[in-house]
Ligand binder design. Structure first.
Ligand code: PNS
Length: 176
């Protein structure tokens, strides 16, 4: 369609959306693999009202930027509101990329993928999560860290430091 920012832009761009509260090593792996499949990748930070937030949108963006440093052709943006499909159209993305750790993830993601396709034809590409991170989610990481458990390796170093700071764990070094 003439004037459509998606078709004919010449750039095969995807969006990796999520709440990223905070970004985990599993997220980083999915974004890295998305760069192998697409010309460029926009990591879109949204607020999911169903989830309890620990970090503000700006903090989540900063942690993502620190964690994705060195990955080529990736940019991180906060999305103020509205539908993901509208955001994807505004940035000229041809697809959403999401990681799947399990059948539970698939059951959660499938209706959203189908709804997004229903709304504008936007496709979703699912990448199987790396088994090393199958048990890793932002919410479990926060819970384990809050109780002094060791989450090193499950999150990027910048996130580990931010968790220590946010949870006031600096003296006891319980995350090591
Ligand atoms: O990391 P999350 O919390 O599982 O990500 C879910 C998210 C934020 C990508 C999803 O809730 C979303 O797309 N929100 C934007 C609003 C929207 O488009 N809702 C309809 C989805 S079909």
């Amino acid at each position: 369609m003439a004037g459509d920012p998606i078709i004919g832009s010449g750039v095969h761009r995807c969006v990796c959306p999520g709440s990223f509260d905070p970004v985990t090593s599993g997220h980083v792996d999915v974004v890295r693999r998305a760069t192998d499949l697409f010309d460029d990748v926009v990591v879109a930070v949204l607020t999911n009202p169903a989830k309890q937030g620990m970090f503000s949108a700006d903090e989540r963006v900063d942690l993502l930027r620190a964690s994705l440093q060195g990955l080529p052709r990736v940019r991180v943006e906060a999305v103020g509101g509205g539908l993901l499909v509208d955001y994807c159209r505004s940035v000229g993305a041809v697809a959403v990329v999401k990681g799947l750790r399990s059948g539970t993830d698939f059951a959660y993601e499938l209706p959203m993928a189908l709804m997004n396709r229903h709304l504008t034809g936007l496709e979703t590409v699912f990448l199987p999560g790396d088994p090393r991170f199958e048990h890793v989610s932002s919410s479990l990481v926060k819970e384990v860290a809050a109780h002094g458990g060791d989450v090193s390796g499950l999150v990027p170093d910048a996130v580990l430091a931010a968790l220590v700071e946010r949870l006031g764990l600096g003296d006891a070094t319980p995350l090591q």
